[in-house]
Design a protein around this ligand. Sequence first.
Ligand SMILES: Cc1cc2nc3c(=O)[nH]c(=O)nc-3n(C[C@H](O)[C@H](O)[C@H](O)COP(=O)(O)OP(=O)(O)OC[C@H]3O[C@@H](n4cnc5c(N)ncnc54)[C@H](O)[C@@H]3O)c2cc1C
Length: 525
Amino acid sequence: MNHYDYIIVGSGIAGLYIALLAINQGSVLILTKGSIDDCNTKYAQGGIAAPIGRADSPELHFKDTMAAGDGLCDAEAVRILTDEAAECVADLITLGVPFDTLNGEITLTREAAHSVPRIMHAGGDTTGEHIEVTLSREVRSTSIKVLEHCLASEILVEDGKVKGVKALDCRTGSMEEYGCKFLILATGGIGHLFKYTTNSDVVTGDGIALAFEAGVGISDMEFFQFHPTVLRLPGVAPFLISEAVRGEGGILRNVEGYRFMPDYIPEAELSQRDIVARSIVYEMKKTHSDRVFLDVTHLPPRLITTRFPQIYRFCRDHGLDITKGLIPVAPAAHYLMGGVQVDNWGEATISGLFAAGETACTGVHGANRLASNSLLESVVFGKRVVQRTEMIASSGHCEERDSHLPLGTNPAISHFFPDREPLPTVLPLNLPNLQSLMWDKVGIIRSGESLKEAASILATWQRSLPQFIDRPSYELNNLVLCARLMAEAALLREESRGAHFRTDFPQSSPEWQRHIVFREKHAAR
Ligand SMILES: Cc1cc2nc3c(=O)[nH]c(=O)nc-3n(C[C@H](O)[C@H](O)[C@H](O)COP(=O)(O)OP(=O)(O)OC[C@H]3O[C@@H](n4cnc5c(N)ncnc54)[C@H](O)[C@@H]3O)c2cc1C
């Protein structure tokens, strides 16, 4: 078995940035199941939040993040996020990410629920692509070993410590084991669970499934963010129309041309994502339409073409000049707030196991993520992962880990899956049926009834999972597990909070200011 100091699973911003820091400490292997740039990171448009503007401060960024998280943020983790942001974005600049500037100063944009302009961007609306290209180029220039088309399928644990990882070579079908001191899951979220999604098809919850099966707690799975404005054109794959478009003055109109957002909330288009997404769903129902429109025709065309070149080009290539015509949009699945439960150093409850980026639940997003905080979380907590491994390496031993993490100031309740009777007749398990079930029953607007139905169907499907023989079968297994985690958590949480909305419990309840953590009943540990 080949042995490395660090094995990193995933090659988005979290995996690549951690690898570039870790190579100064020891040998590094990156396993990634597609090509190096198959990930969500490269699709990020709006940018990365950092409190570096003159009118801004870490304190103000802290307050905005806490407000968006709707009572469930871990205050200590948010303090770390906002205090360490400036240092980490400076690292990205040093690594060569070409953030946009004006007269030698970084340009900052305002996005929904940020009280000041604070979003750094690159290439206008191609921030993620610039980050991914820059970091992967840097990785290629070092001795970091990258194995593409290599899918991590099992965490190897011995005596409560990580020993390595099992992986499938997706091209040859062969299985290999790789040994390591530190294993870092940077596998991204679970957006591929839903029928309409902005996410890459590599985003299938693998890290969450790997950690769950190894006995690690999975937290806050009911909190999933739906982006309000995703292009809805017949025959065109969902394409994100960045929040920053509303930040620059874009207006939402229903199919009758009426500007509806001020009827729902005074902040109108600049309100939080969940409120805008739900308002759009209500408006679509009211007007019997599958879309609303985003209107930027009143903005200077030059602002649109220079600030949003990618969106402008994409729409133009599909026959729509957005400087002159309305953009048809609808909500789509976007971002997971929950994930692998980790502490403020990104460490999970197994010695030597870490998680970073969207797959981790650090507690910074609470019940709802503030826009552009996810790229930031990836680098701030990614850096802390490497700092923690340095501490462990210099002290010469891994500490025993408590199998329950406190998750900040809010208490956590731990659960196993309840037993559910299999249903006599269900649709066959396949990806489209799973994605439709999740969209219809566990989507933007939920109810106890829809969640119970989904949980029972998922429990039935769990009894007939396909055998793991290749990437699609492995991913389907993981998606069903993540779907069950989400449906069961959403069913338990009898309230509405942040991105989780239930028609039968439309208010939030102080009793529910706590986290839901699921664990594997038959975990080895
Ligand atoms: C369209 C879009 C726009 C966005 N815009 C913004 C924005 O403006 N600002 C912001 O802050 N956030 C934004 N986000 C969210 C942000 O991009 C992601 O949260 C972030 O990029 C996640 O980075 P990551 O490194 O955790 O995961 P990803 O970038 O998704 O990378 C995951 C990696 O893990 C690999 N992988 C997964 N499973 C396995 C396995 N079993 N074995 C091996 N490899 C595996 C994948 O192949 C991939 O390389 C956006 C997201 C989308 C989809």
